[in-house]
Design a binder for this molecule. Structure first.
Ligand SMILES: *Cc1c(COP(=O)(O)O)cnc(C)c1O
Length: 230
């Protein structure tokens, strides 16, 4: 437990330092603890250490874990979502970072509407064009963004990306920059700023660079919970 709360404290310090360096307010950056593969007892420890926002990347795993965890956690889906799993989302997630098609936006909109619950939604953009990554091509981001805007029970809040893996955080910078440019491009076409505030980008290895490039949500697994098995 000590380790997890110490990890979170250290992260908060690093977030604050990176924010100051970028002339930003640390309060504008949300630390999202990515708890995939982490057992519920350790997630509870993180919650007890004051962490409120947690992210999972698989619906099946989330269905098993979320009912066992405190109800005051805010849950985010950060991994790829298959359309046939959308029906499970309203019972589980308050945020979905991985909307990558118009059909998925419509399906989610319908499912959340059926439950009378609103979900914050981000368009996941595959900025690098790397084949193994999910997310839409940059050219489709606007269409998916407007599909989210059309859904009464989805609230468009911004964009998400995941750059190709690299051990050098500087390698991620151009992808973070590109996501910000895509966002600024949409803002310049007259969409409300409140629908474009969030940039979900940066993980344990590159969050400081992401903050310099404008990240408002950093998705951190390893640096909170330690190394995952497998
Ligand atoms: C696992 C995961 C993370 C966190 O990765 P770490 O390198 O452990 O911080 C962030 N985003 C997504 C989408 C993930 O699947």
């Amino acid at each position: 437990m000590q380790t997890i709360s110490k990890n979170i404290d250290q992260l908060k310090e690093k977030i604050a330092a990176a924010a100051v360096k970028a002339d930003r307010d640390p309060e504008d950056i949300l630390l999202l603890a990515v708890s995939k593969t982490i057992p519920t007892d350790r997630i509870k420890l993180a919650r007890e250490a004051g962490q409120i926002d947690f992210g999972e990347n698989r619906v099946q795993e989330a269905r098993e874990k979320i009912p066992e965890l405190p109800e005051d956690i805010t849950w985010h889906l950060v991994g790829h979502l298959q359309r046939n799993k959308a029906k499970y989302c309203p019972a589980l997630f308050d945020w979905i970072h991985s909307v990558d098609s118009v059909t998925l936006a419509r399906e989610l909109g319908k499912r959340y509407e059926d439950r009378g619950k609103t979900c914050k939604a981000l368009v996941q953009v595959n900025v690098s064009g790397e084949e193994s990554k999910f997310g839409c091509p940059p050219g489709l981001a606007e269409e998916i963004f407007t599909a989210i805007l059309e859904e009464n029970f989805l609230e468009a809040v911004g964009l998400m990306t995941m750059p190709p893996f690299s051990s050098d955080p500087e390698d991620s910078r151009p992808y973070f920059e590109k996501l910000r440019e895509i966002r600024d491009g949409l803002a310049g076409r007259g969409y409300a700023q409140e629908n474009l505030n969030e940039l979900s980008m940066g993980m344990s290895g590159d969050f400081e660079v992401a903050i310099e490039e404008g990240a408002t949500i950093i998705r951190i697994g390893t640096a909170v919970f330690g190394k995952r098995n497998g």
